[in-house]
Write a protein that binds this ligand. Structure first.
Ligand code: MN
Length: 377
């Protein structure tokens, strides 16, 4: 069931949270996020109280119960926040290593900066869409072979990137910074994210300024944001970082999370094949380190900004988070359940990413982020 906060607000059940009713009834969560970690914590505690079996405030109000609790299957989900700014990191070591092996060599797979800072780039917020929105195959420039002249056409190397993103509260004023110790208090929660990528367009355009039209034709986000508070039971130790990172990136305690992730492809009229099983614990840099690094120069972060992890690849070939890696640059095509092969994504393919946490009988779902590829035009 989905709880409609607007109905609970209208019924006066969410007053005295320090959050305006208009914020709770808004089409996006941005106004609500202005109340910060403490406001959202009060709201979450109040919702937990209202939904307890022994609490009668909703339970014994049949009309409200009917309006405020909606079967999940009959709810139409929209993009939960207006994303003001979107940044994509590159924080899975295995992913960076795999890409380095493919395009450079294993001895120099990681770029010299990679172990010293969480590498990232500024993405495009306008083309972030909610799960379920179809994605049109992009047109663009690419080179059919390294020696060939550039051509214009539909991308032939459309790929997915399995990522987990986080949504921020208001973070810092311009010119101020967020420390690693403060960072998690500026994070609202996590989403599933597919950073669709046209590898052929990307390969030709990215030098020297990085990703551009190979990335900004569409990025898919799950409709559900799981609060960082809900993820508390799933904290796990952060990896040892060697060489030691500079003081502003150092952190104490457990800042990584055990989130089980998988991706599948369903061809048009076909059955789904799970192509990847990985975990958010395969991150080298934590969300706190990403946010501290992002703001260390004084760059301000605002409520509703999205920071994505980068492709999450584990250390086995089944756990690679992109087709580029799973099919190893097209040299090891994936076999799907219907007998067809994939080097990259075909028109009509539906790509889904799912995530959940599970421990001691407690399970928290992230739902899914999915999208179907439409032919170029
Ligand atoms: Mn990415």
């Amino acid at each position: 069931m989905v709880v409609d906060l607007a109905e609970l607000a209208d019924a006066g059940l969410l007053d005295r949270m320090g959050i305006e009713r208009t914020a709770l009834k808004s089409a996006t969560l941005n106004a609500m996020l202005k109340s910060g970690k403490e406001g959202i914590r009060r709201l979450r505690a109040r919702l937990s109280e209202l939904l307890r079996t022994e609490n009668s405030e909703i339970r014994d109000n049949a009309a409200l119960l009917h309006r405020a609790l909606i079967p999940i299957g009959s709810a139409t989900m929209h993009l939960p926040v207006h994303v003001g700014d979107y940044t994509d990191f590159y924080s899975s070591r295995q992913h960076a290593y795999n890409v380095g092996c493919m395009f450079r060599d294993p001895a120099n797979a990681l770029m010299p900066n990679w172990l010293h800072l969480p590498v990232g780039y500024h993405g495009r917020a306008s083309s972030i869409v909610v799960s379920g929105t179809p994605i049109r195959r992009p047109m663009g420039q690419y080179k059919p072979s390294p020696e060939a002249a550039p051509e214009f056409g539909a991308s032939r190397q459309l790929d997915m990137e399995l990522e987990v993103g986080f949504i921020t509260f208001d973070g810092n004023e311009l010119g101020e910074r967020i420390t690693t110790a403060e960072a998690e208090d500026r994070i609202f929660g996590s989403v599933l994210f597919n950073d669709w990528s046209a590898r052929d367009i990307q390969a030709w355009e990215y030098v020297p300024l990085g990703p551009f039209l190979g990335k900004n034709f569409g990025s898919s986000m799950s409709a559900w944001i799981v609060t960082l508070d809900a993820l508390e039971p799933f904290r796990i130790p952060s990896p040892v970082q060697e060489p030691a990172v500079l003081p502003y990136l150092q952190q104490n305690g457990e800042h990584h999370f055990d989130i089980q992730l998988e991706a599948g492809i369903t061809p048009a009229d076909g059955k789904e094949t799970v192509i990847c099983r990985t975990n958010f614990k395969n991150m080298y840099w934590s969300m706190a380190q990403q946010l501290a690094h992002h703001t260390v120069n004084g760059c301000n972060v605002r409520a509703g900004d999205l920071m994505a992890s980068g492709t999450i690849s584990g250390d086995t070939p089944e756990s690679y988070g992109s087709l580029l890696e799973l099919a190893w640059k097209g040299t090891k095509p994936l076999k799907l359940a219907d007998g067809t092969e994939r080097k990259f994504i075909l028109d009509g393919d539906r790509v889904v990413i799912r995530g959940h946490c599970e421990k001691d009988g407690v399970r928290i779902g992230f739902g899914a982020v999915e999208g179907t590829i439409l032919p170029a035009r």
